[in-house]
Design a binder for this molecule. Structure first.
Ligand SMILES: [Zn+2]
Ligand SMILES: [Zn+2]
Length: 225
């Protein structure tokens, strides 16, 4: 096989039944060297947002959100540490518009399939980013893993979180709204994004959904934290 990240040939470790199924999603698409660049989050993490830390009490980010939301702070499940390897992958995928890298992210996001939910709602791109990149980076990753409900849209003229400092990110105004033709949602909703940085984006997305659909229980899944 060709590694989806470094494009080098490698021999995947497969178990025999995988040879007989047409959908080879379960076969690892990364060579061992590339896999080692990604660091799975361990048990020592914030129980609320999955932040990597030595203590198992809630982290400083969640304490900040608790001042605003009280007991309604969001549960975020993440799988990978936002380290150098993950950062480099995201820069190639987003900044350089390398659509071909979606299988790598899909591989890293696969644990989302273990989550039971009524709806998986992806964080939408801004109209500017969609025009610039020519593809929806979050949809490209998750549409191959779970059924998506595109309930949210993002207003034009709202620049990306990645270009801001931490303080600026936290002050960002609400930019999400519910799509006009969206039928009512009720039940368990999981928001999907690539990275949980400050939590600002996900909390705004949840606020928009929760206001429109008060009967929903909303949590989130991000590939990295
Ligand atoms: Zn590789
Ligand atoms: Zn936390």
């Amino acid at each position: 096989m060709i590694c989806a990240w470094c494009q080098q040939k490698f021999v995947p470790k497969i178990i025999p039944w995988q040879l007989f199924v047409q959908n080879n999603q379960s076969i690892n698409r990364l060579c061992e060297r590339c896999q080692r660049q990604f660091d799975p989050l361990g048990k020592r993490r914030c129980p609320q947002c999955s932040r990597d830390q030595p203590a198992t009490e809630i982290c400083s980010d969640c304490q900040f959100w608790r001042q605003i939301y009280g007991q309604q702070i969001m549960l975020n499940q993440a799988e990978w540490h936002y380290n150098r390897g993950f950062h480099d992958l995201m820069v190639a995928y987003k900044r350089y518009g390398d659509y071909e890298l979606w299988p790598v992210l899909q591989q890293l996001a696969k644990p989302v399939q273990k989550i039971k939910a009524d709806y998986f709602v992806p964080i939408p791109p801004s109209p500017e980013h969609l025009a610039q990149r020519q593809f929806d980076t979050i949809k490209a990753i998750f549409s191959h893993l779970v059924p998506l409900t595109h309930a949210l849209a993002k207003a034009a003229g709202t620049s990306a979180q990645g270009e801001k400092t931490r303080a600026q990110r936290l002050q960002t105004a609400q930019s999400f709204f519910i799509k006009e033709d969206q039928p009512a949602l009720r039940g368990k909703v999981v928001l999907l994004d690539d990275i949980y940085t400050t939590g600002r984006t996900l909390y705004h997305a949840r606020d928009a959904l929760q206001t429109a659909f008060p009967d929903c229980q909303i949590s989130s899944f991000t590939i990295a934290r």
